[in-house]
Write a protein that binds this ligand. Structure first.
Ligand code: PGA
Length: 251
């Protein structure tokens, strides 16, 4: 089943967040042919969870702490995300890696903490423009994937998804072509086959992210090995996000 996820990043306010969620719930809240999730800022999770109650739209946090609890001012734990009704957490987003210096080791620790707290994890990987130009895309995304999955048992794979998000495509309006996305996704699928079994690798959803909008989503999501999309800017308005949802391949 395809998966369409909206990463709100540090956008929207309480009122617009709730208005967006109520429009999504009304128009797409009972879809059974597609998985849909939203990732609001921490402070709105609780209210968004209440608003989504009874719908099939899932909820996630954009980050979590690698530590369980304690003196970590400003951090939010995986258990807290669960406590307010989030089922997912986004880890390794390029903004966390590049703006906040999160290392592969830290992301790996967060993945472990999130899984042991009962969360599902959407692990993001992606190369910069310089890395792509230097023909290092596969080396970079392969290393990020392997590091993030280190210690993840096969039994936990059904609680993992991967998002391939080339850094040069995020928020730039320049999306990867379907060929570029397919190539990267096929490579990641191959890495997963090596780490687990080919059947387990096939079962893992690999989403594409980076300047996805209603106009390009359907084509991207029909590309081989692209199992959905992670949407930033175009997930902030009901009309554009619903346009993407409506373009997703059905079961
Ligand atoms: P964008 O962001 O859709 O605004 O490019 C995607 C993301 O960072 O998840």
């Amino acid at each position: 089943m395809h998966f369409v996820a909206g990463n709100w990043k540090m956008n929207l306010d309480r009122k617009s967040a709730l208005a967006l969620v109520s429009a999504l719930r009304e128009r797409a809240g009972q879809r059974t042919d597609l998985e849909i999730a939203v990732f609001p800022p921490f402070v709105y999770l609780d209210e968004v969870a209440r608003s989504l109650a009874g719908s099939r739209i899932q909820l996630g946090g954009q980050n979590c702490c690698d530590e369980e609890k304690g003196a970590f001012t400003g951090e939010v734990s995986a258990a807290m995300l669960r406590d307010v009704g989030a089922g997912w957490v986004l880890l390794g987003h390029s903004e966390r890696r590049h703006l906040y210096g999160e290392s592969d080791a830290l992301i790996q620790a967060k993945v472990q903490r999130a899984l042991s707290s009962g969360l599902r994890v959407m692990l993001c990987v992606g190369e910069t423009l310089g890395e792509r130009e230097a023909k290092r895309t596969e080396a970079v995304i392969g290393a990020q994937l392997k590091a993030g999955l280190q210690g993840v048992k096969a039994a936990d794979l059904d609680r993992m998804a991967v998002a391939y998000e080339p850094v040069w495509a995020i928020g730039t309006g320049v999306n990867a072509t379907t060929a570029q996305a397919s190539e990267a996704h096929a490579y990641l699928r191959g890495v997963l086959s090596g780490l687990y079994t080919p059947a387990q690798a096939r079962g893992m959803r690999i989403l594409y992210g980076g300047s996805v909008k209603a106009a390009n989503a359907a084509e991207l999501m029909r590309a081989p090995d692209v199992d959905g999309c992670l949407v930033g800017g175009a997930s902030l308005e009901a009309s554009s996000f619903l346009g993407i949802i409506d373009g997703a391949p059905r079961l």
